[in-house]
Design a protein around this ligand. Structure first.
Ligand SMILES: [Zn+2]
Length: 311
């Protein structure tokens, strides 16, 4: 019976972030056939978040062609993939740490529940259905509001002993010396290379205070503004150097770049490739660096794929 259900091919997927819960019905070939979403009640505690997640599942039930094989989740926080429990979480989601998603959502939805961290889900999606398809060893580097990532070995996520693996924003960077990081330490690459960090860098360089955000800095850089160019290029360099350092350690077949900065344009990508070439040792210097293909759908598709054997 279980095999037959899995054969129907559809999985319900949720991507739980700090501001919204995205949901989808995902088919075995990675295509999304229905979507729904709800705001995350981030300040209201674990029970409210679980109820909101169950609400999105309920909205999607009617769009399934048969009983779905399960509920796959990519969730904010440190998630134990074996148990779907939230090992720890930041204050972004009040009371989220300790939540047992398998037990609580299983009870509310009647579905088998599997879960991983949202960035890990993103990596799974790109590896199995996106830019990393066909590569067993892929590293995802997601550079947006923060910096995170995932590493897959033999098609499987490497989540580490504490399930914390992939916090790639929190490695030391020569470009970030003395700069405060979101983790409370100083000198981490996120402090110079994440999207908001590039805007802050531009302002530190005495840029125009009326330039409000990173997108505006990037547009200025493309238009030839020297300070904006420096901020964007340095962000790319620092991210590239971090990718090079990680490639020296992990030796992935392909590095997939995701997150808002991946769409930041030529100057940023030039910096990224330059930083990578400077840091990567000769044997890994030719490793492919490619933009992600699935956008934010990657986390939904990756979460759904927790129910499918590896391609
Ligand atoms: Zn940090």
């Amino acid at each position: 019976m279980q095999e037959q259900l899995a054969g129907a091919g559809e999985v319900l997927a949720l991507d739980l972030g700090g501001t919204k819960i995205a949901g989808a019905v995902v088919r075995r070939d990675g295509t999304i056939t229905a979507r729904s979403q709800a705001p995350t009640p981030a300040r209201e505690g674990s029970a409210a978040i679980i109820a909101a997640m169950a609400g999105v599942v309920q909205q999607l039930r009617g769009a399934c062609s048969a009983q779905p094989a399960g509920l796959g989740i990519g969730a904010a926080g440190v998630i134990d993939p074996e148990t779907a429990k939230v090992v720890s979480a930041t204050d972004t989601l009040a009371g989220w740490a300790g939540t047992d998603m398998a037990a609580e959502l299983g009870r509310l939805t009647g579905l088998a529940v599997r879960a991983v961290n949202d960035v890990h889900a993103h990596g799974l999606g790109e590896a199995r259905f996106g830019a990393g398809r066909g590569t067993g060893q892929m590293m995802l580097l997601a550079i947006g509001t923060g910096i995170g990532g995932a590493y897959l070995h033999g098609g499987q996520l490497v989540t580490g002993f504490h399930h914390v693996a992939g916090h790639m924003g929190h490695i030391d960077s020569a470009y970030a010396t003395g700069l405060e990081c979101s983790c409370g330490r100083t000198g981490h690459v996120e402090a110079i290379a994440a999207g908001p960090a590039i805007h802050r860098h531009y302002q530190r360089l005495a840029g125009n205070p009326k330039v409000r955000d990173t997108q505006a800095v990037t547009a200025l850089a493309e238009a030839g503004d020297a300070l904006a160019y420096r901020a964007v290029h340095t962000g790319g360099l620092a991210a590239g150097a971090a990718a090079g350092s990680l490639a020296n350690v992990l030796d992935p077949q392909k590095i997939v770049i995701a997150g808002g900065m991946a769409g930041a344009g030529k100057i940023w990508w030039e910096g990224l490739r330059e930083g990578f070439a400077a840091s990567a040792i000769d044997l890994v210097r030719g490793t492919a660096l490619e933009p992600a293909r699935l956008g934010t759908d990657a986390a939904l598709i990756g979460a759904a794929s927790l129910f499918w054997p590896q391609d």
